[in-house]
Design a protein around this ligand. Structure first.
Ligand code: IVH
Length: 675
């Protein structure tokens, strides 16, 4: 009896170690070494054992990411060492003055470390003997809120460190731009108020009394300092960041050592130009004195340290005028109001339209045609209207009314019960057809080169096409008569359309534009059903039996194939020779049962092409190397996946060997497949 108990306790300890490690690989390094399903299995095993031995469950167990709701609001936390803010610099001159002051006070030359200024909210994380025990917001710098339970749900915050040290770490919690966009889209569809920017979304998500809500939001962190670090142990800020990295914290990779303020300015200019390309929002560059001894010597004012400054990018808000409010009809018929703006430069690009999401949004913000409005752009995020400026109205502004019927086809619009979205339910609607064909031809779908929105519009306007199947019946004579088409471009387009008939089944499934079926789901469906016929015949039960296909996707697929017009489209595509099956023409799957991982860049194939070639031969392609991987295809600049494969003794193929295998899969694989 006791022996089982001992063995189980031992196993619990092992599982915790493993899960901490895999969590770190995935969320901190962004380089997982096992599949999600393997991770889930380990977690399930741990949860089962912990249920059996609840007395062993400690807050640092990887199973304890989501705790219980906080009753009666957050407790206050007094920061042991205040969280200061930073002085600002807005120009090259401001930075030079900062540098002069620093050198004067220090009485010597200094070097700097530059970091991105993440646009989120500052938090303090306390660890005792290597275990995360408390997390707090900055608050007013002296007193913050205890959001420990919520910070636990942020997967990139380690619950346990590599060494049993006690320390207080500071960093910025933020919401990646992509997560912010998705969150706001979902909120718009549910008619909920939208977050104004990723920072508000991060703050709103962290300050939830129920940690389950925080857990459902995609938050991330970069840590940037240690509270009350003793510079006897560590000499520079760079060393401090490296130590944090070694302890298991997520430290930004964009850190630059700048020997002088001239280099700082060069870096500022570089980031001013490319800040939009980052997956998260930044609002400036933080410049810090590298030497901790000099930092201590300079000290701080009541508000901010003298050894650091934040260069702030030029404001990314601007005023524009709403020239009109148009109605946009999407691929699935959802109708959204769109503000047409006076072209306005903001965060490095000119904006001339902004989504207004839905009728309720326009009403709540009281946006009228003719209004001056404050617009804002947080990095890549689609521009949006922050507020209207009623004080600048002349009286000629017009309130916006959602039309009763579709602007493209005059069909009456429908607003579903409990939804903020209004839809055009006419399948023949030309505006929907336009969006559907754009989607059909797009990169991850049928990937038809040269068939962009402008050409599609031209084809529709000239009544040459109505739906995607019509593309395959276009003729040279029809195209050559169109404006801007010559013999060469007409032939190129026909060739590209013909070429697209060979796309893998997954691309076609995605191309159909079935609601909720993204390219991932399409791949799963293609792999599972193997042909369009099988997919079309599948019912709810069969669909939901696939691990990654939930009720919503399944219901949408069933509903799609219950409509005559969709079935006619699929039948016509098949009759016109579009590939409808997962198998190659020979019907063989010589690589079935083998798992491949691709790493680095290949010369002759894009990653997507290589993956679909392998999948077409029946191989399973995953993103991470594990003991279940049979082959790793390593191109140029292959990194940690290659190292991992070598370590596990997995067969590594170079590009030439990869090409041989996809050409002659059978012979090549036979003796190797037991790998
Ligand atoms: S250092 C005393 N580094 O900016 C040093 N702060 O106004 C203070 N921030 O409250 C922090 N990115 O929320 C530092 N790389 C970075 C930062 C950063 C964003 C925020 C932080 C702080 C505010 C300072």
């Amino acid at each position: 009896m006791d022996r089982t108990r001992d063995a189980e306790l031992q196993r619990i300890a092992e599982l915790r170690e493993q899960l901490h490690y895999h969590n770190y690989r995935y969320y901190v390094l962004d380089d997982p070494v096992i599949d999600d399903s393997e991770y889930d299995q380990l977690m399930q095993e741990l949860i089962r054992l912990e249920e059996k031995h609840p007395e062993t469950v400690t807050p640092d167990s990887p199973s304890q990411r989501v705790g219980h709701p906080v009753v009666g609001g957050f407790a206050q936390v007094e920061h042991r060492i205040p969280l200061l803010s930073l002085g600002n610099a807005f120009s090259k001159q401001d930075l030079e003055e900062f540098d002069e002051r620093v050198r004067r006070w220090a009485g010597q030359e200094v070097d700097y470390v530059c970091e991105l200024k993440f646009d989120g909210l500052a938090v303090s994380l306390t660890y005792e003997n290597g275990v995360f025990v408390q997390g707090a917001t900055r608050g007013d710098g002296q007193i913050g809120e205890d959001v420990t339970q919520n910070l636990r749900t942020v997967r990139s915050i380690p619950l346990k460190l590599a060494d049993p040290v006690s320390l207080e770490v500071r960093g910025e919690v933020f919401m990646p731009k992509r997560a912010y966009e998705i969150l706001n889209q979902e909120r718009a569809a549910r008619g909920e108020p939208l977050f104004a920017n990723p920072r508000n979304a991060a703050a709103g998500s962290l300050r939830q009394l129920d940690p389950k809500i925080t857990a459902s939001r995609w938050l991330d962190i970069y840590v940037y300092s240690i509270g009350g670090l003793n510079y006897d142990q560590i000499a520079t800020h760079l060393d401090c960041l490296n130590w944090l990295k070694r302890l298991g914290f997520k430290v930004s990779p964009y850190i630059k050592h700048c020997p002088s303020i001239a280099e700082v300015w060069e870096l500022v200019e570089v980031w001013t130009g490319k800040r939009d390309s980052l997956p998260f929002a930044i609002d400036g560059i933080v410049v810090k004195v590298n030497s901790l001894a000099v930092q201590a010597q300079l000290g701080a004012t009541a508000k901010s340290p003298r050894w650091a400054v934040a260069y702030k990018f030029p404001a990314d808000q601007a005023v524009a005028r709403v020239l009109d409010i148009e109605i946009n009809v999407g691929r699935t018929g959802v109708v959204t109001p769109l503000a047409i703006l006076t072209p306005t430069l903001i965060a490095g690009s000119t904006v001339s339209r902004a989504t207004l999401h839905n009728e309720d949004y326009v009403k709540a913000k009281d946006i009228r045609i003719g209004d001056y409005v404050v617009i804002q752009k947080a990095g890549d995020v689609i521009p949006e209207i922050v507020r209207s400026l009623p004080e600048r109205r002349s009286g000629s502004e017009r309130a916006f009314e959602m039309p009763q019927s579709c602007p493209a086809c005059s069909h009456p619009l429908k607003r579903e019960e409990g939804e903020a979205a209004v839809r055009c339910v006419n399948f023949e609607c030309p505006a929907q057809a336009y969006e559907r064909i754009i989607h059909f031809a797009s990169r991850d779908a049928m990937d038809i080169e040269g068939l962009g929105p402008a050409v599609i519009k031209q084809l529709l306007d000239n009544h040459l096409i109505e739906n995607p199947a019509d593309l395959y019946q276009l003729t040279f004579d029809q195209l050559i008569n169109l404006e801007r088409f010559g013999a060469k471009s007409a032939q190129n387009l026909l060739d590209a359309i013909a070429e697209s008939k060979k796309r893998p089944l997954a691309n076609l499934i995605f191309a159909l534009g079935i609601r909720h079926v993204g390219s991932e789901a399409a791949r799963e469906l293609a792999a599972h059903f193997g042909s369009m016929e099988n997919l079309r015949a599948a019912g709810m039960e069969e669909l939901t039996a696939i691990h990654t296909i939930g009720e919503k996707i399944a219901a949408s697929i069933v509903s799609y194939f219950s409509r005559g017009e969709n079935n006619r489209l699929v039948d016509r595509l098949a009759a016109l020779g579009v590939n409808m099956a997962e198998h190659r023409a020979e019907g063989t799957q010589p690589l079935a049962g083998l798992t491949f991982v691709l790493t680095g860049t290949l010369e002759q194939y894009t990653r997507q092409e290589a993956e679909s070639l392998l999948r077409g031969l029946g191989a399973h392609v995953t993103g991470s190397v594990s003991r279940n991987t049979n082959y790793v295809v390593a191109g140029e600049k292959a990194g940690s996946k290659l190292a991992k494969a070598q370590q596990l003794g997995i067969t590594i193929l170079n590009e030439q060997q990869f090409i041989e295998i996809i050409r002659q899969p059978k012979q090549e694989m036979e003796h190797d497949s037991g790998n």
